[in-house]
Structures are given as C-alpha cells and as structure tokens.
Write a protein that binds this ligand. Sequence first.
Ligand code: ADP
Ligand code: MG
Length: 355
Amino acid sequence: MKATVSIRKVSKSYGAAKVLNDVSLDIGAGEFLTLLGPSGSGKTTLLMVLAGFTRASSGSIEVAGVELLTMPPHRRDIGMVFQNYALFPHMSVADNVGYPLKLRGVEARERRRRVDAMLEVVQLEGFGERHIGALSGGQRQRVALARALVFEPRILLLDEPLSALDKQLRDRMQVEIRRLHERFGTTTINVTHDQQEALTLSDRIAIVNGGKLAQVGAPEEVYRRPRTRFVAQFIGETCMVPLRREGQAAWFAGTQVSAAPVRTPAGDLWMALRPESLRIVENEDADSVCFEAVVKDQLYRGDAHIVYADLADGYEVKVMMPPDTACNQSRALAPGQRVKIGLPRDALVLVGEGA
Ligand code: ADP
Ligand code: MG
C-alpha cells in the first residue's frame, strides 16, 4: 500500500530550543525519501512526530489527505525501524515479527502464516523460534525490517537502520532495503547521516540542517547542484574556495571564474570544487576555467591518480583523475611544480551561505 505524505510547517521546540523549524515537505506515493543531515539536526525528531511518539509544537501532516497528527500512534498505520531496532529481547523472532499483527487482533493461525511469509522475504526462514540474543547484527536488522513491514503499513520509517552494521554488511543490506522497497512499494522515509547510503538508496534526498530543510532533490541534483555552502560541503568531498564579486562577474585571484551573472543572493560567494571534476591540463580551452597551481603531493591509488595542489592564496585543492589520464603517463608531477588545473564550465558550482 502506498500513501502520499504532506508535511506542512511542522515545528518542535524543547523549551527555547527549536529542534524542527517550519519543516514542509511533500512525499509521493511509493517514494523512497531520505533525510540526510548531521547528528542533532532533528531527523529522529521528525520521524517520531510522524510515528506519533513525539508531539509537534505546531504544523500539520496529512497522509493520503487525512490529518495524521491528531491520530493515536497505533492508528497511524506506520511501520518503523528504530535506530537501535528496539526488538523485544525476551521474545522469539516469530513473536517479535508477529507483534504488530497481534496488536491489530489478527488471529494466531493467520499470524503464523504471515510471519512465516515475511521471514522468508527477509531470508530468515527457520529462524522463528530463535531468541533475539542468539542473532547477529545483520539478522536483528532483518527482524526489525520484517516487524515493520509485516502488517503492510502505508508508510515505513527507517531511523539509521544500517548504522550499527559493519561496512560490508551495510552494503549488502542497502541492496536488501532497495529490494524490499521494490517489492512492497511502501512510501518510505529513511534517516541517515551517511551520504553514500542516501545517494544509493533514495529517489530524493532532503538535506536537514539545524531543524530546517536546506535542499530537497534527486541524488544527482543535490550532489551536482548544491544550493548552499552547507549542502556543498555536506555532500561529496568538496574544497570551498572564496570568490570575489566584481559587478556581475566572479573572480578568484587573477582568474575570472564566471562572467555570467551570479544567481546566488548577495553576500559571500564560494566555488565548490569536487576532486573528480578537476583535471591537470596542458593547455587552456574555452570550455574550462583554468587555475594556476603548485603541486604539493601526488599518489597513485590504482583506480585513481590523486594530486594535491595549492591555488593562489594557499587554497588547497584535491584533483582526482582516472589512472590512464595522458598527463599522468607522460610525466610524473613533482612537488613544487607549477601546473594548470582545469574545471569544465558545466561543473562549476557557485554557492552562497544560504538560509
Ligand atoms: P538527529 O536524529 O538528527 O541526530 P534528534 O532529532 O535526535 O537529531 O535531535 C535534535 C535535537 O533535539 C538535538 O539537539 C537533541 O539534543 C534535541 N532533543 C531531542 N529529543 C529531546 C528531548 N526529549 N528533550 C530535549 N531535547 C531533545
Ligand atoms: Mg537520530
């Protein structure tokens, strides 16, 4: 089952601290949306408001056109995987997964049937009688997902579902979560502070900062077209270099970076340089902005050739090139060597401080 979610000006304060500040967001039926932001930015609070465990100070949330915030939690038809899974340690796997069905008055035989089917989906057939304590981290994760999905909720909330797992298992569970989403199509709101996870899993990403949404968009959009300094710095590996405005144009040292009118609001201006956008170039060309630089270090990493270099005024940038780039083969770069660094104009990202 799928539902649209419409979050309207939701705020939450604890005393004087405004933890959610006028959050508005529309989530499509069956969409997988990720809230991505640093620790303490309000992500869990927003999920708890949706689930009904925390009361919003103001605002409204409609699900399929019906107000959610006045409904008690058990009537909201929302499945949730908590950050620490919150499984019942004294219950078996089957009782954990069957709990939401029991709560909804589903009779024992039907319950067993649905629990077994769900355990099969998360690849835990035959684990029903085990105790939670006897499971690995990845298995607990699957139990938590099974429990959240077994009653086929309209909405699934995932609070950092993979943060307790090691890197390898995390990668595997990412694929698993995608697969579950394709199978059930449940409208999903996922929370993470891991940008890779957000970029991999999501239809759209909402970047959260200090209780506000800094930017909402498809993964490529927030990655390639960050709109504020915060978003540019939070997503991807980014060197921020301050620019000088002169009339409509933007300059760095002696280089005119952009002649076109800068669209970011008045105030400080930066260019956000991503290592994979930069190249060491022999000659300037009209399609790139070119900067003078001095090589500091370089390293060969198998899949990439990495060069650290200083631009004018000592701003260090990182250049990451494919290992077969002609320039790397023809000559090794030595520390202190003067080079030109090229940035394709279509990869130029200018950002201001933003709201
Ligand atoms: P995130 O999940 O993004 O790490 P949270 O939503 O958990 O952030 O918390 C956001 C802010 O709200 C934090 O500064 C946190 O300390 C504060 N906060 C959360 N719950 C409470 C509470 N019950 N009482 C007071 N402050 C809280
Ligand atoms: Mg949290």
